[in-house]
Design a protein around this ligand. Structure first.
Ligand code: GLN
Length: 447
């Protein structure tokens, strides 16, 4: 803990943490030490973790990177976090992120941007930017992030670390501040696949507080990391041939596919015609869900309240105008629009239908293949400020990651070399629903 506290301090310029629990973490570590001596320590004894600022942790602030929750302290702990604490993990602090997990560069945080440790002029990705940089820069062993449309995998790729998005319903969302409830997943960001497997197997499994969590048994991911046999791998032609993809990412993805082929795996290009509709579907449905989820922040129930609050409407309006940043307001407006009486069928209902079609197309794919391999992002980490003026450009960065959330499947991002400027490149493996075990062992084989 002392080592990490020093690292956090000497890397304060990265802005990865918004709160550090120095004394508490040291106290906790001393307790764990005693347990180790007594032989009663849990499976995560000594693991120092950070939490993305969207996870409830009793007695601690949680703000989702927003000013609207600046006075809020959580009265309870998220199930996923509690399960790690029960195994004696030590929480060292909470980590910077895009406001309400909306963003791909961590530039939408009210705490200011996070800097990529590989090059401080570049973004770390988002929305779990602080969590990825904390692992990249060695400020903690592992982080917990949340992934609604890539927010664990994309920053992991930009920072050269491992990020896992489990199947929807594998890990309880209880205590995760909601962005888009039917997409949100909690996932680990780690240095190794083994660490990710360990954290995931401890977090996963049914929870009486979240009815969307599956009661399916959780396999031992760590015991089954050895891969043997041949896999059937599909890749989408367009993810390789597309002009928008940086040449080095294309080459290094192809290199992996060729290597797998030469090892005797079956590697086949496929077409997925619905790919073009993924981003619109994702942004229509998530903004709709967000506009509903975020309506609870009204200046009455949680967090801060505007000083000027003449009548009820002014109270709502002023609190929300002052408390929410620009991107969150943009998405609430968009979501409210697509849910409004005149446009509901044209946008929301249609997007739900497309979601179903994409799910069916993905299911058909996995009837034939074990894994879908793709780049994680079309480019490596971009320069801070480069895309802030153009939200659509920013949304396009999510092209490869949103499919897993639209359909609910698990996906992992693992490091796949560097570009010529030394910026990390990632590669993504998507697996069938609830096949995390297979996905992790194959990722381990590949890495
Ligand atoms: N970049 C995506 C968005 O802005 C993903 C966010 C996320 O996964 N939380 O919505």
């Amino acid at each position: 803990v002392n080592h990490y506290l020093e690292r956090i301090e000497s890397n304060a310029h990265l802005n990865a943490f918004v709160d550090v629990y120095s004394e508490e973490a040291l106290r906790f570590a001393a307790d764990v030490d005693i347990k180790i001596q007594n032989g009663t320590a849990g499976r995560l004894a000594g693991l120092v973790i950070g939490l993305k600022d969207v996870l409830a942790h009793k007695g601690h602030g949680v703000q989702a990177g927003s000013q609207i929750l600046n006075t809020y302290h959580s009265p309870y702990t998220a199930t996923a976090v509690q399960r790690l604490l029960d195994e004696d993990a030590i929480v060292i602090g909470r980590q910077n992120c895009d406001e309400f997990a909306m963003g791909s560069s961590n530039e939408n945080s009210s705490f200011g941007p996070v800097l990529n440790a590989a090059d401080n002029t570049k973004v770390p990705g988002g929305s779990s930017g602080g969590s990825a940089v904390a692992v990249q820069a060695g400020l903690c062993h592992a982080s917990l992030g949340s992934d609604t449309g890539g927010s664990v995998r994309q920053p992991a790729a930009f920072c050269g670390v491992v990020g896992v998005k489990p199947s929807y319903g594998r890990v309880s969302r209880w205590g995760l501040l909601a962005y888009a409830s039917s997409f949100d997943c909690i996932g680990p960001i780690t240095k190794s696949i083994e660490d990710a497997a360990l954290i995931l197997e401890i977090m996963a499994g049914s929870d009486e507080f979240d009815s969307t969590v599956s009661a399916k048994d959780v396999p031992s991911y760590t015991e089954n990391l050895g891969w043997n046999g041949k896999a059937k791998i599909g890749y989408i032609l367009d993810t390789i041939e597309n002009e928008a993809i940086a040449p080095e990412i294309r080459e290094q993805t192809l290199e992996v596919l060729n290597r797998l082929r030469s090892q005797g795996h079956e590697v086949t290009p496929v077409e997925m015609p619905l790919l073009d509709y993924l981003l619109p579907t994702y942004y229509i449905l998530t903004t709709a869900e967000a506009s509903s989820n975020l309506s609870r922040f009204d200046g009455v129930r949680y967090g801060s309240r505007a000083a000027e609050n003449g009548d009820l409407e002014a109270l709502y309006k002023n609190t929300r105008t002052e408390g929410f940043g620009e991107e969150v307001r943009r998405r609430i407006l968009l979501g409210t629009f697509v849910l409004s009486a005149n446009y509901y069928d044209a946008y929301y209902t249609k997007a739900q239908r497309v979601r179903r079609l994409v799910r069916e197309e993905t299911e058909r794919f996995f009837e034939k293949f074990d894994f879908l391999i793709s780049p994680v992002t079309p480019t490596t980490a971009f320069t801070i400020g480069e895309k802030t003026e153009d939200p659509l450009q920013m949304y396009l960065a999510d092209i490869f990651t949103v499919q897993a959330n639209v359909v609910g499947n698990p996906a992992i991002s693992i490091p796949n070399g560097l570009d010529k400027n030394g910026m990390p490149i990632g590669i993504q493996i998507m697996a069938p629903f609830f096949k995390e075990e297979k996905m992790l062992s194959f990722a381990n084989h590949l890495s």
